[in-house]
Design a protein around this ligand. Structure first.
Ligand code: UD1
Ligand code: UDP
Length: 366
């Protein structure tokens, strides 16, 4: 009997989990593949929420999260935590996702042990190592460390080719995040926050990038206060990242507004349905830029640059920066311009078709 190929998926944060769970479900259906799952626990509650929705029980959990963890803490805990597991399991291939420090450190551990790595969501670039920080470094380093590169878009493939990755090592797949929407979004969804927002224009907000914590976030919150005072029909639902530095600023600058609800992050099922039922979205998230066009929701990106220019070109996302004036003007324009709103809501999704996991599983099962 032919031996199965042992593939271990390693991840640690919410977005990696959302984008790898559909792929793991797909891999589990392949006869020739033996699946192992190791989570680092770089995130705790936000990771466990996703594992719950996908009903996935990992084989290993490094449980590394500490309040106030820095990049040294995460990198060293992942490296030393993975060493005995990888030495014991000796997978034929390890899959990592995207650009987190979990993904980078896991791939480095594999490199030290000569275990091949497949990189899901490969080839995204800003070519500015300061933004997003440290993700741009992580993803460039991952390209050096990986053997298989699963690029979500043609542009990502071109980036990889330009950097010297052989074309036979690249597969263009679409983004696996869109596969997750098939499982989560449902007709007739209700939520108390949607009841609260009935009759208003509901803007859904998330913010978490390291380079924006502090002054840039304060500028964004001030811009939103100006919007709230000028547009009485606007309500903001803010899913607050658990990072204490972000929360204290959000409470200070937005906490007293009745038309702002500051909430703990809803799990992915609720969040996708809130996205589907809001009017539009303000975010610095990567994954949300990809998902929103499938739900026909415009996104204003609260960042200076994006590694996902496909959304800007397709017309479904717009970059509004992190300056008080630029954010204020960007939000105001979308509120006042129904033609712009219509065009942004009706652009095709350039990030994939919801079938990426099947393509990757087919490739790995060959
Ligand atoms: C990480 C990733 C980022 C990704 C983001 C998704 C790195 C360097 N950054 O950033 O690329 O976009 O996740 O959200 O890998 N916390 C909790 N509970 C949780 C999660 C976080 O309390 O479930 C708090 C902890 O205090 C933790 C802090 O948030 O110290 C920051 O978490 P961390 O994973 O270090 O960074 P993120 O900003 O979440
Ligand atoms: N998300 C979620 N609950 C929330 C906010 C976001 O489930 O309260 C989902 C979102 O739909 C997307 C992913 O988390 O699938 C994005 O993760 P995040 O913004 O934390 O990270 P990024 O994509 O920027 O790395």
């Amino acid at each position: 009997m032919e031996e199965k190929r042992k593939i271990m998926s390693i991840f640690g944060t919410r977005p990696e989990a959302i984008k790898l769970c559909p792929l793991i479900e797909e891999l589990r259906q392949r006869e020739g593949i033996l699946c192992r799952v190791c989570v680092t626990g770089q995130h705790r509650e936000m990771l466990d929420q996703v594992l719950g929705v996908f009903d996935l029980r990992p084989d290993y959990d490094l449980a590394i999260m500490r309040e106030g963890q820095d990049l040294f803490d995460i990198t060293t805990a992942v490296l030393t935590g993975l060493r005995p597991i990888l030495m014991e399991e000796r997978p034929d291939l390890v899959l990592v996702h995207g650009d987190t420090t979990t993904a980078f450190a896991a791939a480095l551990a594999c490199f030290y042990l000569k275990i091949p790595v497949g990189h899901v969501e490969a080839g995204l670039r800003t070519y500015d190592l300061r933004s997003p920080f440290p993700e741009e470094w992580n993803r460039q380093a991952l390209t050096k460390l990986a053997v298989h590169h699963f690029a979500p878009t043609e542009r990502a493939r071109e980036n990889l080719l330009r950097e010297g990755v052989p074309s036979e090592r690249i597969l263009v797949t679409g983004n696996t995040g869109l596969d997750a929407l098939r499982k989560t979004v449902r007709e007739g969804y209700t939520h108390p926050e949607l009841e609260w927002a009935r009759g208003s224009r509901l803007l859904l907000l998330t913010l978490h990038r390291r380079e924006s914590v502090g002054a840039p976030m304060a500028r964004i919150f001030r811009a939103l206060r100006r919007i709230l005072s000028e547009f009485e029909d606007v309500k903001i639902l803010y899913s607050m990242h658990p990072n204490p530095a972000i929360r204290s600023l959000a409470w200070k600058l937005l906490g007293s507004w009745e038309r702002v609800h500051l909430i703990d992050p809803p799990n992915v099922l609720d969040f996708h349905n809130l996205m589907a039922n809001c009017d539009w979205i303000l975010t610095d998230s990567g994954g949300i830029q990809e998902e929103a066009p499938s739900l026909h929701k415009p996104v204003l990106v609260l960042r200076e640059s994006t590694e996902r220019p496909e959304g800007l070109e397709a017309g479904c996302t717009r970059l509004v920066g992190t300056g008080e004036e630029s954010v204020y003007r960007g939000v105001r324009e979308l509120l006042e311009n129904p033609a712009l709103f219509y065009a942004m809501s009706h652009s095709p999704n350039p990030f994939g078709d919801g079938d990426a996991s099947r393509r990757i599983a087919d490739y790995l099962n060959k």
